[in-house]
Structures are given as structure tokens and as C-alpha cells.
Write a protein that binds this ligand. Structure first.
Ligand SMILES: [Zn+2]
Length: 106
């Protein structure tokens, strides 16, 4: 089970997991794994992904900010949350799975 640092930000319900984080080797700032470059300094070389190190950095950030929010980990102007599936998408998926299951095998 991944440890969750999960808190809800202002109106944001994105859960932040430590295994989705990495640390910029240049400025030492926490970044979301999906960031192609450090949102603070622009570094796009190696990132630290060691679990212990990331965990320590998360603890420090929580101590500093009270809690960890998305704005501490990425540039909100460029961040795109994955679009949640609507019930219609789910229904479509369900029907497609059903058809796939009963499709005759050749
Ligand atoms: Zn950086």
C-alpha cells in the first residue's frame, strides 16, 4: 500500500502519494513525477526518487506548510488533472468489456 500524504487542498481533492514524487537534484525541491522539468528552477536532469529521501522531504514540507498541496509540487498553470470518467464512459467501457468477453474466438 502506498503511503499517502493525502490532503485536500482548497477545493482540490487530488491525493498526493509519495511514490508520485521526486526531488530536483539542483534545487532540492519536491516535484510531481509527471513534471518533465523542475517547476521551480527548470532543471531537467536527474531527479532523486529514493523513497526514504522523498519521505523525509515530504515531512519537511508538511512541517513547513502545515500540509502538502499540489501547488507545492507542481506549477498549477501547467498542471492538468486527469479527467475523471463520466458514468457514460464507464457504461461504454462496461458494454465493450461485455462484448469482448462474449466475442466468438477464432
Ligand atoms: Zn529545481
Amino acid at each position: 500500500m502506498p503511503r499517502e500524504t493525502g490532503q485536500e487542498g482548497q477545493g482540490r481533492t487530488t491525493l498526493i502519494r509519495e511514490n508520485e514524487l521526486k526531488i530536483c537534484e539542483l534545487c532540492g525541491w519536491l516535484n510531481l513525477e509527471v513534471n518533465s522539468e523542475c517547476f521551480v528552477c527548470g532543471w531537467h536532469g536527474r531527479f532523486e526518487r529514493d523513497r526514504e529521501v522523498v519521505h523525509a522531504a515530504v515531512e519537511l514540507a508538511v512541517r513547513r506548510y502545515g500540509r502538502l498541496e499540489l501547488q507545492h509540487l507542481t506549477d498549477l498553470r501547467t498542471f492538468r488533472e486527469p479527467i475523471p470518467l463520466t458514468w457514460r464512459d464507464r457504461l461504454n467501457q462496461f458494454v465493450q468489456n461485455l462484448f469482448a468477453r462474449f466475442r466468438p474466438r477464432r
